[in-house]
Design a protein around this ligand. Structure first.
Ligand code: IDP
Ligand code: MG
Length: 137
């Protein structure tokens, strides 16, 4: 089975829909290998989104990601990376397909409820950002 990283972002935790998002994830056949509720520090958020540091939305994105607690989840499934991207939908909820997590729960392109790794390689790196191997089942 493949792994991917999910982050339930501060907008979704504030709206109290993190439980609904986790249920939808489980209903779609994903298994949870690790899960924690955490408050990201500014330096962690900056490092996590470092690939976007030249983008105009970078500083706002970092501020948003530290605006409240997030749920970090290591998900497991066959083809987890592609499957999770499909379940969450497009970055901008206005462009996301009906029934996707972002269509259902996101506020905007920035406050878009969830993160998903974009490749198997990045999934490994991103899971390693939050979990040690011994914390995963
Ligand atoms: P992704 O999360 O769908 O992979 P990325 O392009 O990797 O999208 O962008 C990372 C995050 O940065 C997005 O999930 C969203 O929160 C934020 N973001 C991306 N593009 C924009 C934008 O044009 N305006 C504001 N925020 C953005
Ligand atoms: Mg991305």
């Amino acid at each position: 089975m493949e792994r991917t990283l999910c982050i339930i972002k501060p907008d979704a935790v504030k709206k109290n829909v993190h439980g609904s998002i986790i249920q939808k994830t489980l209903d779609a056949g994903f298994h949870i290998a690790g899960l924690r509720l955490i408050q990201l520090s500014e330096s962690q958020a900056k490092k996590f989104y470092e690939v976007h540091k030249e983008r105009p939305f970078y500083n706002d994105l970092v501020s948003f990601m530290i605006s409240g607690p997030v749920v970090v989840i290591a998900l497991m499934k066959e083809n987890a990376v592609a499957g999770w991207r499909k379940l969450i939908g497009a970055t901008d909820p206005a462009e996301a397909e009906e029934g996707t997590i972002r269509k259902l729960f996101a506020n905007s392109k920035q406050e878009n409820a969830v993160h998903g790794s974009d490749s198997v390689e990045n999934g490994k790196i991103e899971i390693g950002f939050f979990f040690t191997e011994s914390e995963l089942v």
